[in-house]
Ligand binder design. Sequence first.
Ligand SMILES: *Cc1c(COP(=O)(O)O)cnc(C)c1O
Ligand code: SF4
Length: 349
Amino acid sequence: MTHWKTILQNSACTPAALAQHFTIDCNALEQVIATYPMRINSYYLNLIHSIGDPLWKQAVPDLAELCDSVCMHDPLGEEKLSPVPNLVHKYPDRVLFLVASECAMYCRFCTRKRKVGTKRMLITEETIQAGIQYIRENKEIREVLISGGDPLLLSDKRLDSILSRLRAIKTIEVIRIGSRVPCTLPMRINKELVTMLQKHHPLYINTHFNHPRELTVEAEKACTLLANAGIPLGCQTVLLKGVNDNYKTLQTLFTGLLRLRVKPYYLFQTDLTRGTNHFRTHTSSGIAIMRRLIGSISGMAVPTYALDAPGGKGKIPLTPQYINERGDSLRFNNYLGKPCTYPENGDPA
Ligand SMILES: *Cc1c(COP(=O)(O)O)cnc(C)c1O
Ligand code: SF4
């Protein structure tokens, strides 16, 4: 198998490189790339069947990225919630700690596209040390979410060093890594990495698949290695117009993930990030899809549909309405649309 570093080196990062595989408008691409970088590694590029397909849309820059002025650079207010650079402290008991600025692919819908993969995201040993010190000094923090960029693009040694320093803090119970690598560069998940990771339990990994065509043999191998190392796997999917915003696609994706021992965790409504507006769906279509999923597939395969409230106000679940009427009895329609009731007083009559 080709080494992951070779696959990453063989990324299409320029219009000319992509033009070797597809007929494209190099001029338009050049304009977008001047603001938001492109990186499509050779593994993910091979998954794209045709121009405009669901994998193309996630990976290839589009002029629409330069056209939305209503959205915000930093919709989640991450900068103002950062007590030290690259660390976001929004909820009292857990922090988001950004330790890497690069990704195996630059997703066009990325919430942090203002800085990921650019010089605007500066991560150094100093910022890492400052983050670790902040975590050590704030005793109410129980969980650290390591993200970026993609933490699994760091070398084993570098990541081991960060994890070891976090593990040395007695108040930290759980470490959670957010990484799209099992989807976008699955060969990065090898025996050496997994052997290192499993020293740092309890460790969770939340990965990010958006389409069933990403569930390849290679992705399955990566997830198996991680799961066999006792690392519980979750998935944070983003609901994307033209990519996965329909029942059939998400049903196939979520049940397929469960088969790979990945628990669908969140289905995210697209954030109000500048440059991503063309991916936004109305929340009513997400809620309608959830309504059809709940009950018709394994409950284990159903994620929480949620939005991340603008300005750093936290995650808000968008749950289908089930209660039609309250009173002595609750009235609902079940997953088949059949009416049913639940008597609060315990009397089924
Ligand atoms: C999403 C997020 C978390 C984690 O939230 P969970 O609901 O526990 O997954 C933590 N911190 C920040 C800043 C976040 O954006
Ligand atoms: S892997 Fe995650 S952080 Fe990186 S570009 Fe994609 S969505 Fe953004």
